[in-house]
Design a protein around this ligand. Structure first.
Ligand SMILES: Nc1nc2c(ncn2[C@@H]2O[C@H](COP(=O)(O)OP(=O)(O)OP(=O)(O)O)[C@@H](O)[C@H]2O)c(=O)[nH]1
Ligand SMILES: [Mg+2]
Length: 455
């Protein structure tokens, strides 16, 4: 039995609509103290999942807002409990006043993620699906949202369950043979079992490998703009953002500190750092900036190496090119509005991805967009929910795959059933960590504390 909780599910912002949500045994009774339906009927008698017009009042009966109320009855609700939603006009003071009245009635403020935690605890979704809810809420790109939506629909859970069922069935068979050797348990075909285990392990390994791309979906791509001073790095950042974020001057050495901004490019979420121009310098502040620029370049997953297309390649350019060699880099030849004097053939020989842009008028940015898209999308599976986006899941799935391979090896090597059982059980535990079948209080707490209040 859980107490009744409430929160502003649309968040502490003013919008056209604001939703106060209550969940728990007393949700409908508490809501009925504040809501006067236009049809005169109590919410306790209202049909489920219908919008009912009426007035939202405080406990003294003063009207706060004209709203729509919806009742969802247990167990057919998001949390699996009785839920009432008040769809109000989005004025925060009204929403807060409604909450205060509910608290006076003994309803408790919901903690971050508590609605979704209850959904998990009541079996409305497994842990992988619950975690996808937070991915969906915080998605930065359409692909990230699509992947999360697929996971809420059970894409990951189905993969995990298939392996879980196979391992659990084999476990049951082996247990029967170990525990009741005198019973007539039909013998297991060991080679067949080993083959199915290896096939399941291969699928799990492929799933774990999707994390490389899934991580990019969730965390974005760390990208550094590097180049010698004055080639137009800050101008490129501003052009990508669509507004003047970084200071631009015609004096080399303008940018000192690194500056990070998020941009959407090539369907991806890029966390772009504009950096100080790379050169040898005696100026102490600039030297610190150059050191930071090098650090940003080293930790980046993608480099935009900017060159000035209106000048021949300099020694400073060459030093930057040396630093970028072997890293995922796109050479951006800037200032395409000026007469070209750069040796393009040298660049094309040294780097796979080269494009010409003008950071001042935006020419060539579309080509940069498609280069980024191509660089990160080649061979990637579609974002339909099949990508793991969570390090904890990826680690557990890889561990499960390793355990199933060990079990298959033990079977093939004619090792005693108890060893096979130990491996199979380790695999089951690892899979259970993803779906939440076997999960410690501590991990569960950590998962849900990442949520916002009201979800
Ligand atoms: N004609 C032309 N000028 C540009 C273009 N992009 C940048 N510039 C000019 O080049 C100069 C340097 O631009 P910045 O963006 O400050 O260059 P930066 O690489 O950030 O320079 P540092 O911060 O000093 O390393 C400025 O005068 C810009 O207006 C371009 O595409 N065409
Ligand atoms: Mg700059």
């Amino acid at each position: 039995m859980y107490d009744t909780i409430a929160a502003i599910s649309t968040g502490p912002v003013t919008g056209a609509i604001g939703i106060v949500r209550l969940s728990g045994t007393a949700a409908v009774a508490a809501a009925d103290r504040l809501f006067r339906a236009d049809n005169g009927r109590a919410l306790a008698d209202a049909p489920a999942r219908s919008m009912i017009g009426g007035a939202l009042c405080d406990l003294s009966g003063r009207v706060l807002d004209r709203i729509l109320a919806v009742v969802f009855r247990a167990p057919k609700s998001y949390t699996g409990e009785n839920i009432v939603e008040f769809h109000c006009h989005g004025a925060l003071p009204v929403l807060q006043e409604a909450l205060r009245s509910l608290y006076d009635l003994g309803v408790r403020p919901a903690r971050p993620g508590e609605f979704t935690k209850r959904a998990f605890l009541h079996g409305r979704m497994d842990l992988a699906q619950a975690e996808a809810v937070i991915d969906l809420i915080t998605a930065q790109t359409a692909d990230a949202a699509r992947n999360a939506a697929g996971q809420i629909g059970g894409a990951i859970s189905r993969e995990i369950e298939a392996a879980y069922t196979l391992a659990a069935d084999l476990c049951a068979q082996f247990r029967a043979e170990v525990d009741f050797p005198e019973e007539d348990v039909p013998p297991l075909s060991l080679p067949e079992a080993a083959v199915s285990l290896r096939a399941a392990a291969a699928r799990l390994t492929a799933l774990a490998d999707t994390y490389a791309r899934g991580r990019i979906l969730r965390e974005g791509v760390r990208c550094a703009i590097i180049g010698r001073p004055n080639v137009g790095k800050s101008s490129l950042l501003n052009a990508l953002l669509g507004f003047d974020r970084a200071i631009v001057t015609d004096r080399p050495g303008t940018t000192r500190d690194t500056l990070e901004e998020s941009v959407r490019l090539g369907g991806l979420w890029l966390r772009v750092s504009d950096t100080a121009g790379l050169r040898e310098t005696r100026d102490e502040t600039e030297r610190l900036g150059v050191a930071r620029a090098r650090l940003a370049a080293q930790s980046a997953q993608l480099l935009f190496l900017v060159l000035d297309g209106s000048a021949p390649i300099t020694d400073e350019d060459r030093a930057v090119m040396d630093q970028a060699r072997g890293l995922p880099a796109i050479v951006v030849i800037n200032k395409s509005d000026l007469p070209a004097r750069i040796e393009t053939d040298v660049l094309e020989a040294a780097f796979l991805h080269v494009c010409r842009v003008c950071a001042v008028n935006g020419d060539g940015l579309a080509q940069l967009d498609s280069l980024v898209r191509r660089l990160f999308e080649s061979g990637a599976p579609p974002c339909d929910g099949g990508l793991l986006t969570n390090a904890r899941h990826a680690e557990a799935v890889a561990r499960a795959a390793a355990a199933l391979v060990s079990a298959a090896d033990a079977l093939a090597g004619g090792i005693t059933p108890d060893v096979v059982l130990t491996e199979l059980e380790a695999g089951l535990d690892a899979l259970g960590e993803v779906t939440g079948r076997c999960i410690s209080e501590d991990i569960m707490h950590r998962v849900f504390e990442r949520f916002c209040v009201g979800k």
